[in-house]
Design a protein around this ligand. Structure first.
Ligand SMILES: Nc1nc2c(c(=O)[nH]1)N[C@H]1C(S)=C(S)[C@@H](COP(=O)(O)O)O[C@H]1N2
Ligand SMILES: [Mo]
Length: 368
């Protein structure tokens, strides 16, 4: 079985983050260091398509317009005065795990660290939309960030465009949060200060940062970031049709052992990681230490948290004889989705959630 490639030429930042790109800044969490349910802000991955905009609280406004009865402009203070909610949500970049695809795909070569879990505090999008009174025909809301720049892939619009994604009105009114705080602190500039969307159960591309404008519309939005980029081929009676990426797929990721890690023969080893899904909850995680021939159930740690990952562990009695072993994990969720063993190429360089083989070396026990 093949071992996925190590990070080619990846440099490490102070703070232990892996630098995938310097400008715009793209930072990956070393997933092997997973040791807590909530990801500290300094260890939370950063994904940016354009240069980070510099925004001060004072001049910034959130504009709500389009097909609405009452267009609005809200200041930071006005938002802060509104009733807030706090939720915990896991956010995974739709390209997380891209480095493990063969052949190699273009785009940031994320290994397993473009995912994290945080506590988000803010105003429900439904509250803000209610102020603007969307017209009866509205079917989607477009969220636009303050960041802009040229885009790479064809077909592409002329000049610079803002990062923007739409949400169906039903999702927007349901559980989307406009977050001002992350893990109890004001958002940092790289995570979207002053305001970002959090879209529970969806991949990270929907969580628009530096949110500055919401446009209500009665027509389907076919923006760059949900057609040319962040889309996948869905099959309708076998015929591929392009659809925007939305919900996260069921996935268990192994934090330890890491690829090519040395484990000690004849000693117990704690295999551990996290598993997440857009469904209600993870119902089980199974681990194989023989490359997928036999599977055993791992222990889920603590109670499930809606829309957040579930940490898990498995006690592996490492064989007494030195050699190689291939460790794998796969999750099943409460909707019955089982993590696949191979990548679905209709997802292109996204939706990477197949169980990865982690080859380790079993080293002889050092005599005392
Ligand atoms: N305005 C804006 N919002 C954005 C992006 C962006 O480039 N610009 N990147 C998106 C993507 S692809 C992801 S995965 C998440 C990453 O959020 P984070 O940097 O806080 O981890 O933000 C999303 N929101
Ligand atoms: Mo992403």
């Amino acid at each position: 079985m093949s071992v996925p490639p190590p990070s080619p030429g990846a440099e490490r930042f102070a703070g232990g983050m892996i630098v995938r790109e310097k400008e715009p800044v793209n930072l990956e969490t070393p997933f092997g260091s997973l040791d807590s349910f909530l990801t500290p802000v300094e260890r939370f991955y950063v994904r940016c398509h354009h240069a980070q905009p510099r925004i001060g609280k004072d001049g910034w406004r959130l504009v709500i317009e389009g097909e609405v009865g009452q267009p609005c402009r809200l200041s930071y203070e006005e938002l802060q005065a509104m009733e807030m909610r706090t939720i915990i949500a896991t956010m995974e970049c739709a390209g997380n795990g891209r480095a493990f695809l063969t052949p190699q795909h273009d785009g940031a070569q994320w290994e397993g660290g473009a995912v994290g879990t945080a506590e988000w505090t803010g105003v429900p999008l439904a509250t803000v939309l209610a102020l603007a009174r969307p017209s009866p025909g509205v079917s989607e809301v477009i969220l636009e960030g303050a960041d802009a720049g040229p885009v790479k892939d064809l077909p592409k619009p002329a000049g610079e465009i803002h990062y923007a994604r739409s949400l169906p009105l039903g999702k927007a009114m349901d559980d989307v949060l406009l977050a001002l705080r992350m893990n109890g602190r004001e958002l940092t500039p790289s995570h979207g200060f002053p305001l970002r969307a959090i879209v529970p159960g969806w991949y990270g591309m929907a969580a628009v940062k530096w949110l500055s404008r919401i446009v209500a519309t009665g027509r389907p939005f076919h923006g760059y970031y949900q057609t040319v980029d962040y889309a996948y081929w869905d099959r309708r009676s076998g015929i591929p049709t392009l659809r925007p990426i939305t919900t996260m797929r069921v996935k268990a990721q192994i934090a330890r052992p890491e690829f090519a890690e040395a484990v000690t023969a004849g000693q117990p080893y704690r295999v551990h990681g996290a598993a997440w899904t857009a469904a209600a909850e993870i119902s089980k995680v199974e681990v194989s230490t023989d490359g997928g021939h036999h599977w055993e159930e791992a222990r889920l740690l603590g109670m499930p948290t809606p829309h957040a990952w579930h940490l898990w562990e498995f006690d592996w009695p490492v064989p007494a004889s030195p050699g190689k072993a291939v460790v794998m994990a796969r999750a099943t969720d409460s909707s019955g989705h089982v993590q696949p063993l191979a990548h679905d190429d209709d997802g292109g360089s996204y939706l990477i959630h197949h169980a990865l083989p982690v080859e380790v070396t079993i080293c002889p026990e050092v005599p005392a």
